[in-house]
Ligand binder design. Structure first.
Ligand SMILES: C[S@@+](CC[C@H](N)C(=O)[O-])C[C@H]1O[C@@H](n2cnc3c(N)ncnc32)[C@H](O)[C@@H]1O
Length: 210
């Protein structure tokens, strides 16, 4: 692929130089005007639909879920991490609305499903035979550092402040904590989600595509 020459400091590539390539996955507007999106090089000039379709062929066996009773500002980071580590889907449990800022537009490439209540989320997980794995540093949580997360699972995160709600804790097949060494009680859910997803990747994923 030959991208148009780009002298600017902007992210991405300028208009396609030379003859237009053939194929349904190319986006005519991006070829015409350049592609300034925050996507990896292999998806330059691809339409959003084509990128999602390609990601769908190789999504991983874990889902991520986060409780959202108070519009938690960490959800955007959870969604961005889910995109980077290629979670099957993201689940928002509670309020439908969430602050998209931290997602950096990655939600456009991610399947995000909403469950108004814990009960509906639990029913969805049971229908898919997916164990709900709570990630929180609660009494009884086992250290994530010395265990392997299941290949097929939903990793469930709590909110800033209360952490996992009581009904959410009861719904978990297991609870795992991330080791901490300083004075703070906890890290934020966005950071915890990145650590947990990477633990899953280390256990179950191969090398990413070039
Ligand atoms: C800011 S924490 C709040 C609750 C936390 N249990 C506390 O005592 O402060 C928000 C969420 O981040 C995740 N989290 C934060 N620190 C964690 C840790 N050390 N291990 C596992 N999850 C953690 C959990 O999902 C938690 O529900």
């Amino acid at each position: 692929m030959t991208a148009g020459e780009d002298q600017s400091t902007e992210v991405g590539v300028g208009p396609w130089a030379g003859e237009r390539p053939a194929g349904d996955h190319w986006d005519p507007e991006l070829l015409e005007n350049g592609d300034r999106r925050n996507v990896v090089d292999r998806y330059r000039y691809w339409s959003r639909e084509a990128v999602v379709a390609d990601l769908d062929t190789r999504r991983h066996g874990f889902h991520v879920a986060i409780e959202n009773w108070q519009h938690d500002f960490n959800i955007g980071t959870v969604v961005r991490n889910a995109n980077a580590f290629l979670a099957a889907e993201v689940h928002i449990v509670g309020q439908r609305r969430w602050n998209r800022r931290g997602a950096m537009v990655t939600d456009r490439y991610q399947h995000v499903r909403h469950h108004p209540t814990i009960e509906e989320f639990v029913a969805w997980a049971a229908a898919g035979k997916l164990p709900i794995i709570g990630i929180d540093n609660l009494p009884g949580s086992r250290p994530m550092e010395t265990t392997t997360l299941p290949r097929r699972c939903v990793l469930l995160f709590g909110q800033e402040g209360p952490g996992l709600s009581e009904p959410a804790r009861r719904a978990c097949a297991e609870l795992f904590s991330i080791a901490q060494y300083g004075s703070t009680r906890s890290i934020n859910a966005g950071v915890a989600s990145g650590i947990a997803m990477h633990a899953w990747i280390r256990a179950h994923a191969g090398a990413p595509p070039d």
